[in-house]
Design a protein around this ligand. Sequence first.
Ligand SMILES: Nc1ncnc2c1ncn2[C@@H]1O[C@H](COP(=O)(O)OP(=O)(O)OP(=O)(O)O)[C@@H](O)[C@H]1O
Ligand SMILES: [Mg+2]
Length: 276
Amino acid sequence: MPKEKPELSDAMRKKLSGKSYVKNPINGTKFTIAISSAKGGVGKSTFATNIALALKKIGCKVGLLDADIYGPSIPKMFGIDEKPKSDGQKLEPVLKYDIQCMSIGFLADQQTPMIWRGPMVTSAIKTFTQKVNWKDLDFIIVDMPPGTGDTQLTFSQEIKMDGAIIVSTPQEVALLDVKRGIKMFDKLQVKILGLVDNMSFFTGDDGKKYSIFGEGGVKRTAEEFNKEFLGEIPINSKVGKTGDQGKPIVESDPENEISKIYLNLAKKIKTNFFQN
Ligand SMILES: Nc1ncnc2c1ncn2[C@@H]1O[C@H](COP(=O)(O)OP(=O)(O)OP(=O)(O)O)[C@@H](O)[C@H]1O
Ligand SMILES: [Mg+2]
């Protein structure tokens, strides 16, 4: 394990310094929360979809914005195969499970790769945040792509973000990226609501817990950076299966132990923002 803490690259530092930006709120929502991680494949989209559904279940009005332009997951995970309506000026979000959704995947063929350069991605993000008729929402949950690239920068510098939740597996290689992600949000003054340890362990048929990706790493990282640790979500094959079927576990099996974890987290988030 490297002893040095990961630092931002020179190019990243340059992008972050100097310029001051106006942070525009997304119209139609009270709060906007990013689900991020820097590392790919740790469960951001799974978390974003399930926490959106959990917030809905406890009475919040929720939107789900898929900010992953190169690899959108929301169409598949929410089972949406519908184009959003447009009046030529604005896009209507697609309503599924009572959640207002928007994804580049609704507009492009799902199997067509998006071969876009950075400025086009930034422009797509601006469309999704300024030209979508989000209506009367308490929260927009933003499913971020992996990395600390243009999408994260655009959201953090130009859009009023009310918080970020960082999802990680407890693996050292994932945690290195997480540390970079934490530094980026801190630098851009986006409040980190906390860190989540996803796929933290697997319970075998023998009832024993197996820590496949290591143990306690996310909690230790939270402590190291003085951030809240929001808890562990175990590995459960039903999580993947229900996501693939387009009806995430919180919606398809609300009594499942995983769904209960999401519901408790949703209550915590709601209290955090609404104090009741
Ligand atoms: N708690 C869990 N138990 C079992 N499988 C999980 C769990 N969380 C996520 N997965 C699975 O892990 C895979 C990656 O999840 P997901 O697509 O949500 O990650 P991601 O961080 O959004 O990836 P990307 O960086 O590509 O956007 C998926 O197959 C998902 O079903
Ligand atoms: Mg994803």
